[in-house]
Design a protein around this ligand. Structure first.
Ligand code: ATP
Ligand code: MG
Length: 430
C-alpha cells in the first residue's frame, strides 16, 4: 500500500529557498524586457501535436524523440506538452490576429518538456524565458534583442558569456548549399554515424550540429552556408554586426551554428559560457520570418530567443551573485488567550503600516516560540503575555542588534517605533 511517491525523473521541485531566488531572477528579467517595450503573454502548456511537428520540423531531435505526446482519452485529440514556446506563441499571435495591425514585442516564461537524458543543466521539465518580436523585417530588431540580452547579463552580474552569431540565409540559399553539402557528406559514408546517415537526405545541415567528436573534422571542412548567401542576406547580416560593433558588444561568427529547430532563417545566435560544463548554452535564438505564414497566418517577419532558466540560475549561483533571502520584519510571539487576541490585532495593525509580519501559530512555550522567531530571520520579535495584554502593551525585542534594549510600549505606538528603527537600520546599511 505505502508506495514511495517521487517526482518524475528529470522533473524537479524548486523548494522555497531556491524558489525565492527564482522569483527575484524572473522579476529582474521581466523588468529589463519591459524596459525595451516587451509585453507579457501566457500560452497554454499543452498544444495540439501537429503544431510542433509543423513548426519545429519532423526531422529534429525535439520532434523525433523528445516530445511528451499523448492522446486525449476523451476525444482522441493528439496533444503535446510544449517542448518550447515559439510555436505556441506564433499560434496565439495568428489566432488572435495580434500582429495584423501593429508590430508586437512579446515575452513569456514557464516550464517546457523534453524527454532527454537528465544530467547537469539538462532536465525533462525545464524553464525558459522566451522573447519574440513580430512584424519587424530589418536587422535592427535582431540587434536590439542582442543588446537587451547583453544589458540583462549586466543586471544579473554575469560576465564571461560569449556571443556566437551566424546567418542561415534564406530557404533558396540554403537549398543550393544543401545540394553541395550532401555531395560533400556522401564522400564520408564510412565515418557517418547512424544519426548522420539518417539525416543525410532529410536534414543534412543538422549533421553539422552533431555532438559526435568523430565527425568534427568532417564538419569543419564542409561547404559553408555563408558562402552561399546573396546580397540581401549579407546586407542583413552586416546590418546586425554593425549595430553590435557600434554598441561595443563583442561577438564571434560561428559558421557551424545552425540551431536545433527548422524554423530559423537569416540571423541565428547563441550565448555560451564555459562555466557550466557541456551544457553551456544559456540563451539561443534568431529570426524566423517564414513561420507565421507556414502556420497559416499572414506573412509576418519575426525574431526571438529563449533563455534556459536553470542554467542561468546555476551560473549566477556559481559566480556568488545569489542575494541572501530577505527575512521578515517582525515575528509576533504570544501566550495566553487575551494575549492571542491582542497578537492578532497587533499583527494586522503592523501590516496596515506595510510591515511584514509572521504571527506565531500553534502555541508552545515562549522559549520555543522565540527559537522560531530567531530562525525566521526576523529583525524584531514582538512578545505578548497576558500581563502585557491586560495593559494593552507589548515587548519589542531587536533580534539582530544586541545593542538595542528590549522595550515595553503601548500597542498603538508599536508600528511607529518599528518603522523608525527599520529606517535607522536602512540608513546604517546605506
Ligand atoms: P541543447 O543544444 O543544449 O540541447 P537546444 O538547442 O535544444 O539546446 P533550445 O531549444 O534552443 O535548446 O532552447 C534554448 C535554451 O533552453 C537552451 O540554450 C538551454 O539554455 C535551455 N534548454 C534546452 N533544453 C534544455 C533542457 N533539457 N534542460 C534545461 N535547459 C534546457
Ligand atoms: Mg536539445
Amino acid at each position: 500500500m505505502s508506495q514511495n511517491l517521487q517526482s518524475v525523473r528529470g522533473m524537479n521541485d524548486i523548494l522555497p529557498a531556491e524558489a525565492e531566488f527564482w522569483e527575484l531572477f524572473e522579476e529582474a528579467v521581466s523588468d529589463r524586457l519591459k524596459s525595451y517595450g516587451y509585453k507579457p503573454i501566457r500560452m497554454p502548456i499543452v498544444e495540439p501535436t501537429p503544431l510542433f511537428k509543423r513548426a519545429i520540423g519532423e526531422v529534429t531531435d525535439i520532434v523525433e524523440k523528445e516530445m511528451y505526446s499523448f492522446e486525449d482519452s476523451l476525444n482522441g485529440e493528439q496533444l503535446t506538452l510544449r517542448p518550447e514556446g515559439t510555436a505556441g506563441c506564433v499560434r496565439a499571435v495568428i489566432q488572435h490576429g495580434l500582429a495584423n495591425q501593429v508590430a508586437q514585442r512579446l515575452y513569456y516564461m514557464g516550464p517546457m518538456f523534453r524527454h532527454e537524458r537528465p544530467q547537469k543543466g539538462r532536465y525533462r521539465q525545464f524553464h525558459q524565458i522566451g522573447v519574440e518580436a513580430f512584424g519587424f523585417a530589418g536587422p535592427d530588431v535582431d540587434a536590439e534583442q542582442i543588446l537587451m540580452i547583453a544589458r540583462l547579463w549586466g543586471d544579473l552580474g554575469l560576465d564571461d558569456i560569449r556571443l556566437q552569431l551566424n546567418s542561415l540565409g534564406q530557404p533558396e540559399e540554403r537549398a543550393r548549399h544543401r545540394a553541395d553539402l550532401i555531395a560533400y557528406l556522401e564522400g564520408f559514408q564510412e565515418i557517418l554515424d547512424e544519426e548522420a546517415k539518417r539525416r543525410l537526405y532529410t536534414n543534412p545541415l543538422r549533421i553539422l550540429d552533431t555532438k559526435n567528436p568523430a565527425l568534427q573534422d568532417m564538419c569543419a571542412g564542409a561547404p559553408k552556408l555563408i558562402d552561399y548567401l546573396g546580397e540581401a542576406s549579407l546586407a542583413h547580416f552586416n546590418g546586425v554586426q554593425q549595430i553590435l560593433k557600434d554598441a561595443g558588444i563583442p561577438f564571434e561568427i560561428n559558421p557551424r551554428l545552425v540551431r536545433g529547430l527548422d524554423y530559423y532563417n537569416l540571423t541565428v545566435f547563441e550565448w555560451v559560457t564555459d562555466k557550466l560544463g557541456a551544457q553551456g548554452t544559456v540563451c539561443a535564438g534568431g529570426r524566423y520570418d517564414g513561420l507565421v505564414q507556414q502556420l497559416g497566418g499572414k506573412a509576418t517577419p519575426a525574431c526571438g530567443f529563449a533563455m534556459g532558466v536553470e542554467r542561468l540560475i546555476a551560473l549566477i549561483r556559481d559566480s556568488g551573485g545569489e542575494p541572501a533571502p530577505k527575512g521578515t520584519d517582525v515575528y509576533v510571539v504570544h501566550q495566553g488567550e487575551t494575549a492571542a487576541r491582542l497578537a492578532f490585532r497587533v499583527a494586522e495593525g503592523l501590516r496596515d503600516n506595510g510591515i511584514d509580519v509572521i504571527l506565531h501559530c500553534g502555541g508552545g512555550s515562549f522559549k520555543s516560540q522565540m527559537k522560531k522567531a530567531d530562525a525566521s530571520g526576523a529583525l524584531f520579535a514582538v512578545v505578548i503575555g497576558d500581563d502585557e495584554a491586560a495593559a494593552g502593551e507589548v515587548q519589542l525585542k531587536a533580534l539582530r542588534d544586541e545593542g538595542v534594549a528590549q522595550q515595553r510600549l503601548k500597542a498603538e505606538n508599536l508600528a511607529e517605533v518599528i518603522i523608525d528603527q527599520l529606517l535607522d537600520t536602512q540608513e546604517e546599511e546605506a
